[in-house]
Design a protein. Structure first.
Length: 391
């Protein structure tokens, strides 16, 4: 088989790139190690930036999102149960976010990919990248026991944090920057109406809590927990008691309890690899960087990367100019680092750190109170939260 772009991974980065290239008439094949049900079943992101929403609209994949997604014009912070609102729309000159689950985004991307004839190979075993720094790269894998080979011009490594693409950049060239947080998020999904019509990010003496949602009838809640916490130690009632306590009595009065149909613990990590290009291999999304989920940036960053990459590849095939391709890593990283900073900062002011003493907690509370009273500080939060421009 031969194609122009071999895309490794059919997550948000890989599938979005496939759609962007298809729109520009650039031939691509997606090679994915799992099946569609597995990818659509993963409960992950919930908040889409304005730029992600705009892109889905431009690609004509926004019909269901516009009908079923929830536009949020603001978000809320809580300090020991006391809420204040950030009016994102007013502070950013009209930008908002869309609450629409990653699972739904993936379903829409897969449905439209099938209609548009985008080629996706599922359940590819033992995927390997070859000659990424030569002029004839190729990808190999096993499909139902048979060996397969895909020759291409370029490879897009969109295979997430644990994928095979990133290690193809030699260690002598690859630099990594990392912070592993000493806690995780215990999250649940329940078929109950949300406690509040907008999200609440809560800093509480006992640790962080987040009230989020997927729809008017489905709630998503998270609490900060130690990394070695066991799910079996968190029966539903214990979770509801703890999240209610951390959100505070005013919000707790509106928390509707119900059976959790999904419960999981996710570790928190900041991670960046540089550069995001080596020879004919480009990295995009979680393959290149991870943010703690506090800023709701992970999926959105993946989308921004592939927007830049698709532009660069389109220019290359249109005019033969390699300028965009050569600039891809620097351009993507400039935005990645800003999102890393925001996610790290938002995590640092909302979570309880093990080494935190009375002074450190007072600093958090003072910072949150400063944000509450300062339009300038609220604007910084709002413009990062809705998503920085794609420059
Ligand atoms: P992935 O989604 O990891 O996709 C990579 C794909 O590559 C997968 O399908 C995988 O099966 C495939 N793959 C892996 N290895 C191979 C291989 N060797 N060969 C072939 N295929 C391979 N982000 C937000 O923007 N907003 C949020 O609100 C948010 N909340 C989150 C909450 C939680 C609890 C978690 C865990 C994450 C959250 N994120 C959020 C982050 C977001 O889910 C990720 O950043 C996003 O999925 C990244 O997309 P990706 O395509 O780069 O990687
Ligand atoms: C979610 O609903 O899953 C969610 C929302 C906001 C975040 C992280 C996760 O910051």
């Amino acid at each position: 088989m031969r194609t122009k772009i071999a895309i490794i991974g059919a997550g948000p980065a890989g599938l979005m790139l496939a759609h962007l290239l298809q729109r520009d008439g650039i031939d691509a094949v997606v090679v994915e190690s799992r099946n569609r049900d597995y990818i659509e079943g993963r409960v992950r992101a919930g908040v889409l930036e304005q730029t992600t929403v705009n892109l889905l609209e431009r690609l004509g994949i926004s019909g269901r999102m516009c009908r079923e997604g929830l536009i949020h014009t603001g978000t809320n912070l809580a300090i020991d149960g006391e809420l204040f609102r950030i009016d994102m729309e007013a502070l950013t000159g009209g930008s908002t976010v869309m609450v629409y689950g990653q699972q739904e985004v993936m379903r829409d991307l897969f449905d439209d990919a099938a209609e548009r004839g985008i080629k996706i190979i599922f359940e590819a075993e033992g995927v390997q990248l070859h000659e990424v720094d030569g002029s004839h790269p190729f990808v190999t894998w096993r499909e139902h026991g048979a060996e397969r080979r895909l020759d291409c011009d370029f490879i897009a490594g969109c295979d997430g944090f644990h994928g095979v693409s990133r290690p193809c950049i030699p260690e002598t060239i690859r630099k990594t920057f990392e912070r592993v947080y000493p806690f995780g998020w215990l999250g649940i999904l329940a078929e109950v109406p949300p406690a509040n019509h907008e999200l609440i990010y809560a800093n509480h003496e006992r640790g962080f809590a987040l009230a989020s949602m997927r729809s008017a009838t489905r709630s998503r809640y998270y609490i900060q927990c130690p990394l070695d916490e066991k799910l079996e130690d968190w029966p539903d009632e214990r979770f509801w008691d703890e999240v209610s306590l951390r959100l505070g009595p005013a919000t707790a009065a509106h928390v509707v309890r119900g059976p959790a149909f999904e419960k999981s613990i996710a570790p928190l990590r900041s991670f960046v690899t540089e550069p995001m290009r080596h020879g004919r291999l480009f990295l995009a999304g979680d393959a290149a960087h991870i943010v703690p989920p506090t800023g709701a940036k992970g999926l959105n960053l993946a989308v921004a990367d592939v927007t830049f990459l698709a532009e660069a590849l389109a220019a290359y095939y249109r005019s033969g100019s390699a300028l965009g391709i050569d600039h891809y890593s620097d351009r993507a990283l400039a935005r990645v680092w800003k999102a890393e900073r925001f996610s790290w900062w938002f995590t640092s002011i909302t979570h309880r750190f093990p080494e935190m003493d009375g002074f450190a907690r007072k600093m958090q509370v003072a910072e949150l109170n400063y944000i509450r009273g300062s339009r300038a500080a609220q604007t910084m939060l709002a413009e990062n939260y809705v998503g920085l421009p794609l420059q």
